[in-house]
Ligand binder design. Structure first.
Ligand code: SAM
Length: 267
């Protein structure tokens, strides 16, 4: 048997390739793709997941930034008729143009996983669910419950847009080269538009959450005042929402933040 001549892994593109077939199977099982579904894969790499995705779904769009990997994949998987390979930066891709119901399955490049997640949340009307590999620490923050150490800006914003489960952990040994940190598979189910505010309300929500968590050790009142909110306006919003300004941000639920934002930025 000859060893395939893989392009050399590039750290700057977050290339840690999945080499454990059991994990590949578990990801595909969790994705539970139906034959009529469309899949978006970000960073197909050497195609560890791509082959299985093409077998399970109607169409797969795979976006890879690395020219050499793109050429390699064209050679290896070019015969899959339902695969569309694109060379490019996923951060610049118009995800909102994807057909509604698209399923995203990816082992994300860790260096850009958070901005990619938010870009995907912005395109939620096109996306049904996402099965993603991320750093374990990011996964724990994404599912972080109110009042815990992991609960912060990322948890509140992500849980505002989606219901998120940590599906299973993945050891460093399942990749080559081995990453420095453990990983996890998360399943994200996007909330429908009618439970989410209008775009300008979302902006206000994000602003309030970031201000509240600005100084983790300070009270809500102090943290938000430091971020530029007027004390009197804050006091009155706290009174109307029955959220005490002496509380700390990590004790507020996603709904509390939403109520507070509406009170501070009425229509
Ligand atoms: N899916 C493969 C696997 O599981 O073995 C590779 C996963 S590797 C963690 C991340 C992949 O994303 C690499 O192939 C990398 O070149 C690609 N990538 C990095 N940044 C990207 C970007 N901005 N747009 C598209 N692909 C990107």
């Amino acid at each position: 048997m000859t060893t395939p001549d893989f392009p050399y892994p590039r750290k700057r593109f977050g290339q840690n390739f999945l080499i454990d077939q059991n994990i590949v199977k578990k990801i595909l099982h969790r994705a539970a793709l139906r034959p009529e579904e469309m899949v978006l894969e970000i960073g197909p790499g050497r195609g560890a997941l791509t082959r299985g995705l093409c077998q399970a779904a109607a169409r797969v769009l795979a976006i890879e930034i690395d020219r050499e990997l793109y050429a390699y994949l064209q050679e290896e998987l070019g015969t899959s008729v339902n695969l569309e390979l694109q060379l490019g930066d996923a951060l610049a891709y118009p995800f909102y143009e994807l057909p509604p119901g698209t399923v995203v399955v990816a082992n994300l490049p860790y260096n850009i996983s958070t901005p990619l997640l938010f870009k995907l949340f912005e395109s939620r009307t096109s996306i049904d669910r996402m099965i993603l590999m991320v750093q374990l620490e990011v996964a724990q923050r994404l599912v972080g419950k109110t009042g815990t150490r992991d609960y912060g800006v990322l948890s509140v914003l992500a849980q505002y847009f989606a219901d998120i489960d940590l599906a299973f952990k993945v050891s460093r040994t399942c990749f080559r080269p081995r990453p420095d940190v453990a990983s996890a598979i998360i399943e994200i189910r996007l909330k429908s538009n009618d439970v989410i505010d209008r775009p300008e309300d979302i902006e206000h929500f994000v602003h309030v959450v970031k201000a509240a968590f600005g100084h983790r050790r300070k009270t809500l009142l102090n943290s938000m005042r430091d971020a530029g909110f007027d004390s009197q306006v804050l006091e009155s919003a706290f009174e109307c929402t029955e959220i005490a300004g002496s509380r700390r941000a990590e004790t507020l639920t996603v709904q509390d933040f939403s109520r507070l934002a509406r009170m501070l930025f009425p229509h």
